[in-house]
Design a protein. Structure first.
Length: 564
RNA sequence: GCGCCGGUAGUCUAGUUGGUUAGGAUGUCGGCCUCCCAAGCCGAUGACGCGGGUUCGAAUCCCGCCCGGCGCACCA
Protein backbone atom coordinates (compact mmCIF):
# COMPACT_ATOMS: atom_id res chain seq x y z
CA UNK A 1 0.00 0.00 0.00
CA UNK A 2 1.33 3.38 -0.88
CA UNK A 3 0.64 6.33 1.39
CA UNK A 4 1.27 8.92 -1.27
CA UNK A 5 -1.14 11.74 -0.58
CA UNK A 6 -4.12 11.88 -2.91
CA UNK A 7 -4.15 15.66 -2.96
CA UNK A 8 -1.31 18.14 -3.25
CA UNK A 9 -1.06 21.23 -1.05
CA UNK A 10 -2.14 23.41 -3.96
CA UNK A 11 -5.12 21.24 -4.89
CA UNK A 12 -6.26 20.76 -1.36
CA UNK A 13 -6.02 24.44 -0.34
CA UNK A 14 -8.08 25.43 -3.39
CA UNK A 15 -10.58 22.63 -2.81
CA UNK A 16 -10.96 23.57 0.85
CA UNK A 17 -11.70 27.20 -0.02
CA UNK A 18 -14.21 26.12 -2.69
CA UNK A 19 -16.10 23.75 -0.44
CA UNK A 20 -16.14 26.07 2.54
CA UNK A 21 -13.72 24.19 4.75
CA UNK A 22 -11.22 26.97 5.27
CA UNK A 23 -10.27 30.24 3.55
CA UNK A 24 -7.98 33.21 4.25
CA UNK A 25 -9.33 35.79 6.69
CA UNK A 26 -10.03 39.15 5.07
CA UNK A 27 -10.04 38.00 1.43
CA UNK A 28 -12.30 40.86 0.37
CA UNK A 29 -9.66 43.32 1.58
CA UNK A 30 -7.00 41.83 -0.70
CA UNK A 31 -4.31 44.45 -1.17
CA UNK A 32 -5.85 46.80 1.37
CA UNK A 33 -4.26 45.47 4.47
CA UNK A 34 -5.19 41.80 4.58
CA UNK A 35 -2.57 39.72 6.30
CA UNK A 36 -1.03 36.32 5.83
CA UNK A 37 -1.24 33.55 8.37
CA UNK A 38 -4.86 33.92 9.42
CA UNK A 39 -7.64 31.61 8.27
CA UNK A 40 -11.39 31.31 8.79
CA UNK A 41 -13.12 27.96 9.01
CA UNK A 42 -16.21 27.88 6.78
CA UNK A 43 -19.44 25.92 7.27
CA UNK A 44 -17.74 22.58 6.49
CA UNK A 45 -14.50 23.40 8.29
CA UNK A 46 -16.01 24.44 11.58
CA UNK A 47 -17.90 21.13 11.72
CA UNK A 48 -14.80 19.16 10.77
CA UNK A 49 -12.71 20.86 13.44
CA UNK A 50 -15.44 20.25 15.99
CA UNK A 51 -15.45 16.56 15.05
CA UNK A 52 -11.66 16.33 15.39
CA UNK A 53 -11.87 17.90 18.85
CA UNK A 54 -14.69 15.60 19.89
CA UNK A 55 -12.86 12.52 18.77
CA UNK A 56 -9.73 13.69 20.59
CA UNK A 57 -11.74 14.28 23.77
CA UNK A 58 -13.17 10.82 23.43
CA UNK A 59 -9.71 9.24 22.96
CA UNK A 60 -7.68 11.19 25.49
CA UNK A 61 -10.11 12.44 28.13
CA UNK A 62 -13.36 10.46 28.15
CA UNK A 63 -11.55 7.13 28.07
CA UNK A 64 -9.04 8.13 30.74
CA UNK A 65 -9.68 8.11 34.47
CA UNK A 66 -6.77 10.42 35.17
CA UNK A 67 -7.05 13.21 32.59
CA UNK A 68 -8.85 16.50 33.30
CA UNK A 69 -9.72 19.24 30.84
CA UNK A 70 -9.38 22.96 31.39
CA UNK A 71 -10.07 25.92 29.09
CA UNK A 72 -7.85 28.86 29.94
CA UNK A 73 -7.74 32.44 28.76
CA UNK A 74 -5.70 33.29 25.66
CA UNK A 75 -4.59 36.69 26.99
CA UNK A 76 -2.22 35.97 29.83
CA UNK A 77 -0.16 37.93 32.35
CA UNK A 78 3.27 38.70 31.05
CA UNK A 79 5.00 37.36 34.13
CA UNK A 80 4.20 33.74 33.25
CA UNK A 81 6.26 34.09 30.07
CA UNK A 82 9.13 35.49 32.07
CA UNK A 83 8.89 32.45 34.33
CA UNK A 84 8.63 30.00 31.43
CA UNK A 85 11.73 31.44 29.78
CA UNK A 86 9.92 32.51 26.61
CA UNK A 87 10.63 36.20 27.14
CA UNK A 88 14.08 35.64 28.58
CA UNK A 89 15.70 33.59 25.87
CA UNK A 90 13.55 33.45 22.75
CA UNK A 91 14.00 36.61 20.77
CA UNK A 92 15.85 37.77 17.69
CA UNK A 93 17.98 40.94 17.75
CA UNK A 94 16.79 43.21 14.94
CA UNK A 95 18.24 46.50 13.68
CA UNK A 96 16.45 48.93 11.39
CA UNK A 97 18.28 51.24 8.99
CA UNK A 98 17.46 54.83 9.93
CA UNK A 99 17.58 55.92 6.30
CA UNK A 100 15.91 53.24 4.15
CA UNK A 101 14.03 51.44 6.97
CA UNK A 102 15.27 47.99 5.95
CA UNK A 103 15.29 45.39 8.75
CA UNK A 104 18.24 43.09 9.54
CA UNK A 105 19.07 40.40 12.07
CA UNK A 106 21.89 42.10 14.01
CA UNK A 107 23.76 38.86 14.79
CA UNK A 108 23.60 37.63 11.20
CA UNK A 109 24.67 41.01 9.83
CA UNK A 110 27.77 41.06 12.04
CA UNK A 111 28.66 37.45 11.28
CA UNK A 112 28.30 38.09 7.56
CA UNK A 113 30.32 41.30 7.44
CA UNK A 114 33.03 40.60 10.03
CA UNK A 115 33.07 36.85 9.58
CA UNK A 116 33.10 36.22 13.36
CA UNK A 117 30.75 34.23 15.60
CA UNK A 118 28.64 36.30 18.02
CA UNK A 119 26.68 33.48 19.60
CA UNK A 120 25.50 34.17 23.14
CA UNK A 121 26.39 37.87 23.00
CA UNK A 122 24.05 40.35 24.70
CA UNK A 123 22.29 43.23 23.00
CA UNK A 124 24.74 45.70 24.50
CA UNK A 125 27.70 43.67 23.20
CA UNK A 126 26.18 43.45 19.72
CA UNK A 127 25.57 47.21 19.66
CA UNK A 128 29.15 47.77 20.78
CA UNK A 129 30.44 45.61 17.89
CA UNK A 130 28.31 47.49 15.36
CA UNK A 131 29.57 50.86 16.64
CA UNK A 132 33.23 49.86 16.86
CA UNK A 133 33.35 48.37 13.38
CA UNK A 134 31.20 51.13 11.91
CA UNK A 135 28.78 48.70 10.33
CA UNK A 136 26.32 50.49 8.03
CA UNK A 137 23.22 49.40 6.16
CA UNK A 138 24.43 47.06 3.35
CA UNK A 139 21.67 48.31 1.09
CA UNK A 140 21.93 52.12 1.31
CA UNK A 141 24.92 52.79 3.56
CA UNK A 142 22.71 54.53 6.11
CA UNK A 143 23.22 54.52 9.85
CA UNK A 144 21.70 51.65 11.83
CA UNK A 145 19.32 52.26 14.74
CA UNK A 146 19.25 50.61 18.16
CA UNK A 147 18.85 46.86 18.41
CA UNK A 148 15.32 45.69 19.25
CA UNK A 149 14.27 42.40 20.82
CA UNK A 150 11.83 40.69 18.48
CA UNK A 151 10.01 37.97 20.43
CA UNK A 152 7.53 36.34 18.07
CA UNK A 153 4.89 36.88 20.74
CA UNK A 154 1.97 39.26 20.36
CA UNK A 155 1.90 41.62 23.30
CA UNK A 156 -0.71 44.09 24.42
CA UNK A 157 -1.71 45.99 27.49
CA UNK A 158 -4.78 46.27 29.66
CA UNK A 159 -5.40 49.86 30.51
CA UNK A 160 -3.37 52.77 29.14
CA UNK A 161 0.34 52.09 28.74
CA UNK A 162 2.52 54.64 30.53
CA UNK A 163 5.77 55.67 28.96
CA UNK A 164 8.64 53.35 29.75
CA UNK A 165 6.38 50.49 30.88
CA UNK A 166 6.35 47.04 29.31
CA UNK A 167 2.94 45.80 28.06
CA UNK A 168 1.43 43.58 30.74
CA UNK A 169 -0.36 41.01 28.59
CA UNK A 170 0.83 38.32 26.18
CA UNK A 171 -1.32 36.40 23.70
CA UNK A 172 -0.25 32.89 24.59
CA UNK A 173 2.14 31.26 22.08
CA UNK A 174 1.19 27.81 23.43
CA UNK A 175 -1.56 26.48 25.67
CA UNK A 176 0.91 24.56 27.86
CA UNK A 177 1.91 27.38 30.21
CA UNK A 178 -1.73 28.02 31.12
CA UNK A 179 -1.83 24.40 32.24
CA UNK A 180 1.30 24.76 34.38
CA UNK A 181 -0.05 27.84 36.15
CA UNK A 182 -3.29 25.92 36.85
CA UNK A 183 -1.42 22.89 38.18
CA UNK A 184 -2.04 23.52 41.87
CA UNK A 185 -5.79 23.94 41.46
CA UNK A 186 -6.26 20.87 39.28
CA UNK A 187 -4.02 18.79 41.53
CA UNK A 188 -6.40 19.41 44.43
CA UNK A 189 -9.26 18.19 42.24
CA UNK A 190 -7.39 15.23 40.77
CA UNK A 191 -6.25 14.19 44.23
CA UNK A 192 -3.09 12.24 43.42
CA UNK A 193 -0.39 11.65 40.87
CA UNK A 194 -0.11 10.71 38.11
CA UNK A 195 -2.70 12.84 36.36
CA UNK A 196 -3.05 14.73 33.10
CA UNK A 197 -4.38 18.19 32.38
CA UNK A 198 -5.67 18.72 28.84
CA UNK A 199 -6.55 21.87 26.99
CA UNK A 200 -7.98 22.65 23.56
CA UNK A 201 -7.62 26.22 22.37
CA UNK A 202 -6.04 28.87 20.25
CA UNK A 203 -2.43 30.02 20.38
CA UNK A 204 -0.65 32.87 18.64
CA UNK A 205 2.84 33.33 17.21
CA UNK A 206 4.02 36.28 15.17
CA UNK A 207 5.77 34.09 12.59
CA UNK A 208 8.18 35.90 10.30
CA UNK A 209 6.90 34.09 7.26
CA UNK A 210 3.69 32.03 7.48
CA UNK A 211 3.89 29.40 4.75
CA UNK A 212 2.23 26.48 3.09
CA UNK A 213 -1.43 27.27 3.54
CA UNK A 214 -2.66 25.83 6.80
CA UNK A 215 0.76 24.58 7.83
CA UNK A 216 2.33 27.62 9.46
CA UNK A 217 -0.13 30.11 10.89
CA UNK A 218 -0.02 33.12 13.18
CA UNK A 219 -3.19 32.02 14.96
CA UNK A 220 -3.81 28.31 15.34
CA UNK A 221 -5.56 25.65 17.40
CA UNK A 222 -3.78 23.27 19.74
CA UNK A 223 -4.83 20.25 21.75
CA UNK A 224 -2.33 19.65 24.52
CA UNK A 225 -1.96 17.44 27.58
CA UNK A 226 0.57 17.76 30.37
CA UNK A 227 0.94 14.50 32.29
CA UNK A 228 2.33 15.10 35.77
CA UNK A 229 4.27 12.13 37.09
CA UNK A 230 6.44 11.83 40.20
CA UNK A 231 10.00 10.68 39.69
CA UNK A 232 12.59 9.65 42.25
CA UNK A 233 14.42 12.91 43.05
CA UNK A 234 17.82 11.19 43.02
CA UNK A 235 17.25 9.79 39.54
CA UNK A 236 18.12 12.30 36.79
CA UNK A 237 16.83 11.88 33.22
CA UNK A 238 20.20 12.69 31.63
CA UNK A 239 23.39 10.75 30.91
CA UNK A 240 26.59 11.49 32.80
CA UNK A 241 28.23 12.80 29.60
CA UNK A 242 25.32 15.21 28.98
CA UNK A 243 25.57 16.50 32.51
CA UNK A 244 29.33 17.08 32.29
CA UNK A 245 28.96 19.01 29.05
CA UNK A 246 26.14 21.30 30.18
CA UNK A 247 26.63 23.80 33.03
CA UNK A 248 22.89 24.07 33.75
CA UNK A 249 22.56 20.30 34.09
CA UNK A 250 25.70 20.14 36.21
CA UNK A 251 24.21 22.69 38.58
CA UNK A 252 21.07 20.57 38.87
CA UNK A 253 23.01 17.40 39.64
CA UNK A 254 25.20 19.19 42.19
CA UNK A 255 22.14 20.35 44.13
CA UNK A 256 20.74 16.79 44.19
CA UNK A 257 24.08 15.41 45.42
CA UNK A 258 24.22 18.06 48.12
CA UNK A 259 20.73 17.25 49.33
CA UNK A 260 20.67 13.45 49.12
CA UNK A 261 24.34 12.54 48.91
CA UNK A 262 23.84 10.50 45.74
CA UNK A 263 22.59 10.65 42.17
CA UNK A 264 21.65 8.07 39.54
CA UNK A 265 21.99 8.79 35.82
CA UNK A 266 19.04 7.30 33.90
CA UNK A 267 18.29 8.98 30.57
CA UNK A 268 16.25 5.93 29.48
CA UNK A 269 14.20 3.87 31.92
CA UNK A 270 14.37 0.63 29.93
CA UNK A 271 13.14 -2.23 32.13
CA UNK A 272 13.55 -0.38 35.44
CA UNK A 273 10.10 -0.28 37.02
CA UNK A 274 11.01 1.45 40.28
CA UNK A 275 9.48 4.83 39.57
CA UNK A 276 6.03 5.95 38.35
CA UNK A 277 7.59 7.45 35.23
CA UNK A 278 8.01 3.96 33.82
CA UNK A 279 4.58 2.77 34.98
CA UNK A 280 1.83 4.39 32.94
CA UNK A 281 -1.42 3.00 34.42
CA UNK A 282 -3.42 3.25 31.19
CA UNK A 283 -0.74 1.72 28.95
CA UNK A 284 -2.90 -1.31 28.22
CA UNK A 285 -2.29 -4.39 26.07
CA UNK A 286 -3.69 -2.77 22.94
CA UNK A 287 -1.39 0.22 23.32
CA UNK A 288 1.63 -1.93 24.23
CA UNK A 289 1.19 -3.82 20.95
CA UNK A 290 0.90 -0.76 18.69
CA UNK A 291 3.68 -0.76 16.11
CA UNK A 292 5.63 2.51 16.16
CA UNK A 293 7.76 3.78 13.28
CA UNK A 294 10.67 5.61 14.86
CA UNK A 295 13.52 7.57 13.34
CA UNK A 296 16.19 7.80 16.00
CA UNK A 297 18.68 10.58 16.50
CA UNK A 298 21.62 8.29 15.78
CA UNK A 299 20.11 7.06 12.54
CA UNK A 300 19.59 10.64 11.37
CA UNK A 301 23.15 11.59 12.21
CA UNK A 302 24.63 8.44 10.63
CA UNK A 303 22.53 8.72 7.50
CA UNK A 304 23.54 12.31 6.98
CA UNK A 305 27.23 11.40 7.50
CA UNK A 306 26.96 8.57 5.00
CA UNK A 307 24.89 10.66 2.60
CA UNK A 308 21.94 8.28 2.48
CA UNK A 309 18.23 8.41 3.27
CA UNK A 310 17.54 7.76 6.96
CA UNK A 311 15.57 4.58 7.73
CA UNK A 312 12.94 4.25 10.43
CA UNK A 313 12.75 1.24 12.73
CA UNK A 314 9.40 -0.39 13.48
CA UNK A 315 8.71 -1.99 16.85
CA UNK A 316 6.00 -2.53 19.46
CA UNK A 317 5.51 0.42 21.79
CA UNK A 318 6.41 -1.71 24.81
CA UNK A 319 9.65 -2.89 23.20
CA UNK A 320 10.65 0.66 22.29
CA UNK A 321 10.92 1.39 26.02
CA UNK A 322 12.63 -1.90 26.92
CA UNK A 323 15.18 -1.40 24.13
CA UNK A 324 15.85 2.12 25.38
CA UNK A 325 14.69 3.83 22.20
CA UNK A 326 12.09 5.86 24.11
CA UNK A 327 12.90 7.48 27.46
CA UNK A 328 10.06 5.86 29.46
CA UNK A 329 6.67 4.19 29.41
CA UNK A 330 4.70 7.43 29.58
CA UNK A 331 6.26 8.55 26.32
CA UNK A 332 5.44 5.18 24.72
CA UNK A 333 1.86 5.49 25.98
CA UNK A 334 1.50 8.87 24.24
CA UNK A 335 3.05 7.76 20.95
CA UNK A 336 0.92 4.61 20.75
CA UNK A 337 -2.26 6.51 21.49
CA UNK A 338 -1.44 9.18 18.91
CA UNK A 339 -0.89 6.51 16.26
CA UNK A 340 -4.35 5.07 16.91
CA UNK A 341 -5.90 8.55 16.95
CA UNK A 342 -4.45 9.62 13.61
CA UNK A 343 -5.26 6.34 11.86
CA UNK A 344 -8.86 6.66 13.04
CA UNK A 345 -8.91 10.00 11.23
CA UNK A 346 -8.02 8.20 7.99
CA UNK A 347 -4.30 8.96 7.88
CA UNK A 348 -2.51 5.76 6.73
CA UNK A 349 -0.09 4.07 9.15
CA UNK A 350 2.88 4.39 6.85
CA UNK A 351 2.29 8.13 6.53
CA UNK A 352 3.00 8.51 10.24
CA UNK A 353 6.40 8.36 11.93
CA UNK A 354 8.11 9.57 15.07
CA UNK A 355 11.34 11.52 14.68
CA UNK A 356 13.63 11.95 17.64
CA UNK A 357 14.74 15.55 17.63
CA UNK A 358 18.39 16.38 17.09
CA UNK A 359 20.47 17.92 19.90
CA UNK A 360 20.40 21.37 18.31
CA UNK A 361 16.60 21.19 18.04
CA UNK A 362 16.11 20.30 21.69
CA UNK A 363 16.08 22.71 24.65
CA UNK A 364 18.50 22.00 27.53
CA UNK A 365 15.76 20.86 29.93
CA UNK A 366 14.33 18.30 27.51
CA UNK A 367 15.05 14.64 28.14
CA UNK A 368 13.58 13.36 24.89
CA UNK A 369 11.52 14.94 22.13
CA UNK A 370 9.76 12.81 19.54
CA UNK A 371 7.84 14.66 16.83
CA UNK A 372 4.99 12.84 15.20
CA UNK A 373 5.48 13.60 11.54
CA UNK A 374 2.90 13.18 8.79
CA UNK A 375 4.01 12.61 5.22
CA UNK A 376 2.58 15.56 3.31
CA UNK A 377 3.19 15.98 -0.42
CA UNK A 378 5.86 18.54 0.55
CA UNK A 379 7.66 16.13 2.88
CA UNK A 380 7.61 14.69 6.40
CA UNK A 381 6.58 17.49 8.77
CA UNK A 382 5.68 17.80 12.45
CA UNK A 383 1.99 17.60 13.32
CA UNK A 384 2.31 16.57 16.97
CA UNK A 385 5.20 17.41 19.30
CA UNK A 386 6.01 15.07 22.18
CA UNK A 387 8.34 16.36 24.87
CA UNK A 388 9.64 14.97 28.12
CA UNK A 389 10.03 18.37 29.79
CA UNK A 390 11.29 16.96 33.10
CA UNK A 391 10.51 19.15 36.13
CA UNK A 392 11.67 22.30 34.36
CA UNK A 393 8.34 24.14 34.02
CA UNK A 394 7.05 23.61 37.55
CA UNK A 395 10.48 24.45 38.97
CA UNK A 396 10.53 27.75 37.10
CA UNK A 397 6.98 28.69 38.09
CA UNK A 398 7.75 27.77 41.67
CA UNK A 399 10.76 30.07 41.72
CA UNK A 400 8.99 33.04 40.16
CA UNK A 401 5.57 32.73 41.85
CA UNK A 402 6.64 31.30 45.19
CA UNK A 403 3.81 28.75 45.06
CA UNK A 404 4.35 25.24 46.41
CA UNK A 405 4.17 22.94 43.43
CA UNK A 406 6.02 19.94 44.86
CA UNK A 407 5.16 16.95 47.09
CA UNK A 408 7.08 16.07 50.20
CA UNK A 409 7.04 12.30 50.72
CA UNK A 410 9.10 10.48 53.34
CA UNK A 411 11.44 13.43 53.69
CA UNK A 412 12.10 13.65 49.96
CA UNK A 413 11.01 16.47 47.66
CA UNK A 414 9.26 15.39 44.46
CA UNK A 415 8.71 18.01 41.77
CA UNK A 416 6.38 16.38 39.21
CA UNK A 417 7.95 15.54 35.86
CA UNK A 418 6.01 16.38 32.74
CA UNK A 419 5.32 14.43 29.56
CA UNK A 420 3.67 16.64 26.97
CA UNK A 421 1.92 15.66 23.73
CA UNK A 422 0.98 18.78 21.74
CA UNK A 423 -1.33 18.44 18.72
CA UNK A 424 -1.66 21.05 15.95
CA UNK A 425 -5.27 20.89 14.78
CA UNK A 426 -4.72 22.67 11.46
CA UNK A 427 -1.75 20.44 10.59
CA UNK A 428 -3.82 17.35 11.33
CA UNK A 429 -6.74 18.73 9.31
CA UNK A 430 -4.44 19.44 6.35
CA UNK A 431 -3.01 15.92 6.51
CA UNK A 432 -6.32 14.14 6.75
CA UNK A 433 -7.85 16.13 3.87
CA UNK A 434 -4.81 15.32 1.72
CA UNK A 435 -5.38 11.61 2.35
CA UNK A 436 -9.19 11.77 2.00
CA UNK A 437 -9.06 13.75 -1.25
CA UNK A 438 -10.09 11.83 -4.40
CA UNK A 439 -10.14 12.92 -8.01
CA UNK A 440 -10.84 11.32 -11.36
CA UNK A 441 -11.02 7.50 -11.30
CA UNK A 442 -14.73 6.61 -11.34
CA UNK A 443 -16.25 10.09 -11.24
CA UNK A 444 -15.63 13.38 -12.96
CA UNK A 445 -15.39 15.51 -9.86
CA UNK A 446 -13.37 15.88 -6.65
CA UNK A 447 -14.66 14.25 -3.48
CA UNK A 448 -13.64 13.31 0.06
CA UNK A 449 -13.38 9.77 1.42
CA UNK A 450 -13.72 11.01 5.02
CA UNK A 451 -14.18 8.52 7.86
CA UNK A 452 -17.88 8.72 8.90
CA UNK A 453 -17.02 10.02 12.40
CA UNK A 454 -15.38 13.07 10.83
CA UNK A 455 -17.86 13.86 8.06
CA UNK A 456 -19.68 17.18 8.66
CA UNK A 457 -22.92 15.53 7.53
CA UNK A 458 -23.46 11.84 8.27
CA UNK A 459 -26.22 11.45 5.66
CA UNK A 460 -28.34 13.37 3.17
CA UNK A 461 -32.05 12.89 2.47
CA UNK A 462 -32.92 13.28 -1.21
CA UNK A 463 -36.34 12.92 -2.87
CA UNK A 464 -35.78 11.50 -6.36
CA UNK A 465 -38.51 13.73 -7.86
CA UNK A 466 -38.82 11.84 -11.09
CA UNK A 467 -42.46 11.08 -12.02
CA UNK A 468 -44.48 14.27 -12.02
CA UNK A 469 -47.52 12.89 -10.16
CA UNK A 470 -45.43 11.99 -7.11
CA UNK A 471 -43.38 15.12 -6.79
CA UNK A 472 -45.12 16.87 -3.92
CA UNK A 473 -45.77 13.63 -2.02
CA UNK A 474 -42.13 12.68 -2.34
CA UNK A 475 -40.89 16.01 -1.13
CA UNK A 476 -43.23 15.90 1.88
CA UNK A 477 -42.14 12.40 2.84
CA UNK A 478 -38.48 13.26 2.41
CA UNK A 479 -38.82 16.24 4.73
CA UNK A 480 -40.64 14.05 7.26
CA UNK A 481 -37.82 11.49 7.15
CA UNK A 482 -35.26 14.29 7.50
CA UNK A 483 -36.98 15.60 10.64
CA UNK A 484 -37.25 12.12 12.12
CA UNK A 485 -33.58 11.37 11.54
CA UNK A 486 -32.59 14.64 13.15
CA UNK A 487 -34.72 13.88 16.21
CA UNK A 488 -33.60 10.29 16.57
CA UNK A 489 -29.88 10.39 15.70
CA UNK A 490 -28.41 13.71 16.95
CA UNK A 491 -26.36 13.83 13.74
CA UNK A 492 -26.12 16.62 11.21
CA UNK A 493 -28.19 15.38 8.23
CA UNK A 494 -28.41 17.26 4.93
CA UNK A 495 -31.54 17.71 2.82
CA UNK A 496 -31.41 18.55 -0.89
CA UNK A 497 -34.12 18.61 -3.56
CA UNK A 498 -32.50 20.84 -6.19
CA UNK A 499 -31.32 19.88 -9.67
CA UNK A 500 -31.08 16.27 -10.78
CA UNK A 501 -30.21 13.34 -8.57
CA UNK A 502 -26.69 12.82 -9.97
CA UNK A 503 -25.78 16.37 -9.16
CA UNK A 504 -27.05 15.97 -5.62
CA UNK A 505 -25.03 12.78 -5.07
CA UNK A 506 -21.99 14.63 -6.41
CA UNK A 507 -22.49 17.53 -4.02
CA UNK A 508 -22.69 15.16 -1.07
CA UNK A 509 -19.60 13.21 -2.19
CA UNK A 510 -17.74 16.51 -2.37
CA UNK A 511 -18.58 17.21 1.28
CA UNK A 512 -17.63 13.67 2.25
CA UNK A 513 -21.17 12.68 3.32
CA UNK A 514 -20.93 8.89 3.63
CA UNK A 515 -24.59 7.96 3.03
CA UNK A 516 -27.39 9.28 0.81
CA UNK A 517 -30.99 8.27 1.45
CA UNK A 518 -33.27 8.50 -1.58
CA UNK A 519 -37.07 8.45 -1.64
CA UNK A 520 -38.43 7.06 -4.93
CA UNK A 521 -41.70 5.66 -6.38
CA UNK A 522 -41.22 2.27 -4.73
CA UNK A 523 -41.14 3.98 -1.32
CA UNK A 524 -44.91 4.49 -1.55
CA UNK A 525 -45.67 0.84 -2.22
CA UNK A 526 -43.40 -0.86 0.37
CA UNK A 527 -42.15 1.83 2.81
CA UNK A 528 -38.50 1.36 1.89
CA UNK A 529 -35.88 3.86 0.78
CA UNK A 530 -32.53 3.40 -0.91
CA UNK A 531 -29.31 4.05 0.95
CA UNK A 532 -26.19 4.77 -1.08
CA UNK A 533 -22.58 4.39 0.13
CA UNK A 534 -20.30 7.20 -0.97
CA UNK A 535 -17.15 5.16 -1.62
CA UNK A 536 -18.70 2.55 -3.93
CA UNK A 537 -21.89 4.30 -5.16
CA UNK A 538 -23.69 1.05 -4.29
CA UNK A 539 -27.31 1.12 -3.12
CA UNK A 540 -29.42 -1.04 -0.80
CA UNK A 541 -33.11 -0.85 0.10
CA UNK A 542 -33.99 -0.52 3.76
CA UNK A 543 -37.32 -0.06 5.63
CA UNK A 544 -38.05 3.52 6.71
CA UNK A 545 -38.82 2.55 10.31
CA UNK A 546 -35.32 1.07 10.76
CA UNK A 547 -33.48 3.90 9.08
CA UNK A 548 -32.24 5.72 12.20
CA UNK A 549 -30.99 2.49 13.78
CA UNK A 550 -29.24 1.36 10.60
CA UNK A 551 -27.64 4.76 10.07
CA UNK A 552 -26.39 4.93 13.65
CA UNK A 553 -24.92 1.42 13.39
CA UNK A 554 -23.19 2.29 10.11
CA UNK A 555 -21.68 5.50 11.48
CA UNK A 556 -20.56 3.84 14.71
CA UNK A 557 -19.09 0.92 12.79
CA UNK A 558 -21.39 -1.66 14.43
CA UNK A 559 -22.63 -2.84 11.06
CA UNK A 560 -21.08 -2.75 7.61
CA UNK A 561 -22.81 -1.57 4.47
CA UNK A 562 -22.37 -4.96 2.81
CA UNK A 563 -24.38 -6.67 5.56
CA UNK A 564 -27.52 -4.61 4.91
C1' G B 1 13.02 39.43 5.80
C1' C B 2 16.18 38.27 0.96
C1' G B 3 16.11 35.93 -4.12
C1' C B 4 13.23 33.72 -8.29
C1' C B 5 8.25 32.94 -10.31
C1' G B 6 3.13 34.03 -10.38
C1' G B 7 -2.10 36.76 -9.57
C1' U B 8 -8.47 37.66 -15.30
C1' A B 9 -15.96 35.39 -12.21
C1' G B 10 -16.57 30.16 -6.96
C1' U B 11 -13.13 27.08 -10.28
C1' C B 12 -10.25 26.39 -15.05
C1' U B 13 -8.98 29.64 -18.70
C1' A B 14 -8.86 33.26 -23.79
C1' G B 15 -7.07 38.00 -24.30
C1' U B 16 0.00 40.73 -23.29
C1' U B 17 3.04 44.90 -30.89
C1' G B 18 -1.62 49.39 -25.47
C1' G B 19 -7.46 50.29 -28.93
C1' U B 20 -14.93 47.09 -29.28
C1' U B 21 -19.57 45.96 -24.57
C1' A B 22 -12.98 41.50 -21.48
C1' G B 23 -14.70 35.78 -24.61
C1' G B 24 -15.38 30.50 -23.38
C1' A B 25 -16.02 26.26 -20.12
C1' U B 26 -17.70 24.69 -15.51
C1' G B 27 -20.19 25.83 -11.02
C1' U B 28 -24.20 28.52 -8.58
C1' C B 29 -29.53 30.25 -8.90
C1' G B 30 -34.44 29.89 -11.57
C1' G B 31 -37.33 27.09 -15.18
C1' C B 32 -38.40 22.85 -18.63
C1' C B 33 -37.51 17.63 -19.30
C1' U B 34 -36.15 12.76 -17.46
C1' C B 35 -37.70 6.89 -12.20
C1' C B 36 -30.98 7.03 -9.80
C1' C B 37 -25.19 9.20 -10.41
C1' A B 38 -22.25 16.85 -12.16
C1' A B 39 -27.26 13.99 -18.57
C1' G B 40 -30.13 17.49 -22.17
C1' C B 41 -32.54 22.42 -23.30
C1' C B 42 -33.69 27.77 -21.92
C1' G B 43 -32.56 31.94 -18.89
C1' A B 44 -30.00 34.61 -14.98
C1' U B 45 -25.58 35.53 -12.05
C1' G B 46 -20.46 36.54 -11.73
C1' A B 47 -13.74 38.65 -12.93
C1' C B 48 -8.84 41.99 -14.71
C1' G B 49 -5.13 41.47 -6.47
C1' C B 50 -4.66 46.85 -4.51
C1' G B 51 -2.79 51.92 -5.22
C1' G B 52 -0.25 55.40 -8.14
C1' G B 53 2.13 56.83 -12.87
C1' U B 54 2.82 57.09 -18.50
C1' U B 55 -1.06 57.75 -22.44
C1' C B 56 -6.31 60.47 -26.18
C1' G B 57 -6.86 55.33 -24.37
C1' A B 58 -4.02 50.26 -19.66
C1' A B 59 -5.96 43.40 -18.08
C1' U B 60 -1.63 44.66 -21.32
C1' C B 61 3.90 49.36 -20.14
C1' C B 62 6.46 51.53 -15.39
C1' C B 63 6.75 52.06 -9.83
C1' G B 64 5.13 50.78 -4.88
C1' C B 65 2.31 47.52 -1.94
C1' C B 66 -0.62 42.96 -0.85
C1' C B 67 -1.30 37.79 -1.44
C1' G B 68 0.49 32.90 -3.06
C1' G B 69 4.40 29.11 -4.62
C1' C B 70 9.62 27.58 -4.46
C1' G B 71 14.72 28.26 -2.33
C1' C B 72 17.47 30.61 1.94
C1' A B 73 16.76 32.15 6.92
C1' C B 74 13.32 31.48 11.08
C1' C B 75 10.22 27.76 13.48
C1' A B 76 10.20 27.87 22.22
Amino acid sequence: MSSKTYGTLENVMRFMAETGIVFPTGEIYAGKGDIAGFYTFGPMGSRLVENIKQLWRDFFIRRSKLTFEIDGSTLTPRIIWIASGHLESFWDPLVICKKCRKIYRADQLIEEILNISVEGKSIEELEEIIKKNEIKCPSCGGELGEIQKYTLMFQTNSGPLREGEEPNLVLRPETAQVIFISYKRVKSIAGKHPFGVAQIGRSYRDEISPRRGLFRLREFNQMEIEFFVLREPTCVPFSETDVNENPKKRELVESIKKQYGKVRYAPKCGTCKKCPLNNAPEFDTTLRNVQLRILTRNEQINASKEGREPKEMVMRAEDAVKNKILPNEWMAYCLAKETLFLTSLGIPKDAIRFREMLPEETPHYSAGNFDLEIRYDFGWKEAIGNAYRTDYDLTRHMKVSGAKLYEKLEGKIYIPHVIEPSFGIERILLGLIMYAYRKGEDRGYEWLALPPVLAPFKAAVLPLLMPRDFREKERELALKIWHELIDKTKYFIAYDDSGNIGRRYARQDQKGTPYCITIDAQTFSDNTVTIRFRDTKEQKRVPIDQLDKILTDLIEGKRSFNDL
